[in-house]
Ligand binder design. Sequence first.
Ligand code: TXA
Ligand code: MG
Length: 366
Amino acid sequence: MNGLPHRPDRERHPAPPENPPTATADTPATVVVGAGPEGIARARDLLLAGRPVAFPTETVYGLGADATDDRAVAAVFAAKARPRFNPLIAHVADAEAARAIAVFDARAEAVAEALWPGPLTLVLPRRAEAGISHLATAGLDSIAVRVPAHPVARALLAAVGRPVVAPSANRSGTVSPTTAQHVLDGLGGRIDLVLAGGRSIVGLESTVLDLTGPTARLLRPGAIGADRLAELVGPVEIAPPHDAGEGDAGADTPRPASPGRLASHYAPSVPVRLDAGAAGSREAWLGFGPEIGPARAAHALNLSETGDLEEAAANLFAMLRALDRPDVAAIAVARVPETGLGIAINDRLRRAAAPRPTPEPGREGA
Ligand code: TXA
Ligand code: MG
């Protein structure tokens, strides 16, 4: 099947090749360009002109916009149909650029030194004078910042020379994109340009660590685990997967929960059933580990036949998409161990399986 995931190269860069994305009839306006110097210059020009552009990072593809331009940021929320109370991550080329928009304490310095560039986002006090759009930060006094490691993202950020906000380049609530084709599938016709840079190697969104309070808080698990963070910043509190006050910007709480931590997220259109021992007759099967998937599943994939969690993370979103088919009643997923990267994988799987909210009237296009 076209676009089926493979085991990612162990070597981080260059990114493994991807089938060339194909536009469909309903994606007339979206151009996909390779990430050579010309493509990067084109993406830079669009970003500086206030237009959103999708680009690869090592975690997932992002939909970027100039973080200092309210209208550009608004265009990102509109393209994704993303609720506006959910703030965005500002991506910058290096820690120095991050310090210009956020206040670093010793803990932030230690973590940035050890783990940037990489799949880690820090939530820090926002520098009011930096001119970041209030829409991007949803009016909070904090700001989420990240220095991505992907060479294309780094080249683009260096060329733009401004912070670029970038949520995952998918419709709000759906599975994050790990290829340019995934971006096109969700946002084709809604954005001008996709910069194609192969598959995202990590495959899960960045770890989000909140350092605005006295105790570090893990808001979103990712490839960088709480244990590693604790070595650098001391005890790390694990925020419950969906605590009270989510869904609004935490106006009543001194330490707001990550407003984006809605229970249902990253969801395919068909239901997802977790910790399954076998697939039902109309279910697709998503396995993990050496046991062969049940023979009667018409569509079966394996996150990692060898039980490798890194491979499973890199394959997760692409496989959920591949099994999200009209002829399937649900996706049955084998148990993934709750250790190491399995914590982040299970977090995404639980959100994919969570009860879906009934859509709010007028949310589309908000
Ligand atoms: O890997 C990633 O982080 C990708 C790539 C493109 O960089 N981006 C991404 O963005 O996943 P997004 O918008 O899908 O997720 C950002 C998360 C949300 O859960 C949001 O609520 C949280 O970060 N966030 C952003 N600003 C925050 C803030 N000031 N305080 C707490 N949480 C914040
Ligand atoms: Mg997202």
